[in-house]
Design a protein around this ligand. Structure first.
Ligand SMILES: [Zn+2]
Length: 237
């Protein structure tokens, strides 16, 4: 188990510069063009070092130093721990894109459509391949039903303006992923997301109160908690 864990952490650190580049690329406010080049020196932003500083001008772009690396390594470790079949590829894909989506939502409170589309399409293809490889086409139907149920539930919350527009496609992808393990794991993922977001909101409210900052609503980004809830449910199943 130790070599697998070390391998997973190394793999997480290996893809982190790419994930960090994607975070810098997509973490722009709604309506602004994607950040394809460093705004300070014009150098193309693709891979970024753990310091988060542009290799050209040393200005900081995107997420804080070593944050993406730490989360990517932890997620890779969790995926390696949860791996037990052909669906592991879908789990790894969701883990990698989930790190990017989580950081982007945390920074600019949005889940870009392109990232969600890549997540939904990748999970759909990889789960289909996994189901056919394991000779269990029936499980695909459950994945689809859970995905549509979770997606529709979150879409209702989007209509009620309780969630942002990117949260329902994220729910669709995570629903499909959790549907592989069963309805209860999917329900567990949603419950875990609500509990974790509630805890975070309470802590933030307490911190604002202690520092006597003005109350402007909690403004908790939901994406990271949906992702964290799904990961918790997969690990605890
Ligand atoms: Zn630069």
């Amino acid at each position: 188990m130790v070599p697998v864990a070390v391998g997973a952490v190394l793999l997480g650190l290996l893809v982190a510069p790419l994930l960090r580049g994607l975070v810098a690329h997509f973490a722009v406010p709604e309506g602004e063009p994607w950040c394809a080049a460093c705004p300070f020196c014009g150098r193309a932003v693709r891979l970024l070092p753990p310091t988060g500083r542009c290799p050209g001008c040393r200005e900081r772009l995107g997420a804080g130093a070593w944050t993406v690396e730490a989360v990517a390594a932890a997620v890779a470790l969790a995926v390696a721990y949860a791996a037990d079949g052909a669906q592991t590829a879908a789990l790894a894909w969701a883990g990698a894109l989930g790190v990017v989506l989580g950081f982007v939502d945390g920074r600019v409170r949005r889940l870009p459509h392109r990232l969600n589309l890549a997540l939904v399409a990748g999970v759909a293809v990889l789960l289909t391949v996994a189901a056919l490889a394991e000779g269990r086409p029936g499980v695909l139907l459950r994945c689809l039903l859970v995905a549509l149920t979770v997606g529709a539930l979150l879409e209702l919350a989007v209509w009620a303006r309780a969630l942002g527009p990117g949260d329902s496609p994220l729910g669709l992808a995570l629903g499909g992923l959790l549907g592989w393990y069963g309805w209860w794991v999917a329900i567990g993922g949603l419950v875990a997301a609500v509990v974790l977001a509630g805890l975070w909101g309470t802590l933030r409210a307490a911190a604002l109160l202690v520092r006597r900052r003005p109350w402007r609503g909690l403004e908790v980004p939901v994406g990271p908690f949906l992702l964290l809830g799904a990961l918790t449910a997969v690990l605890a199943r």
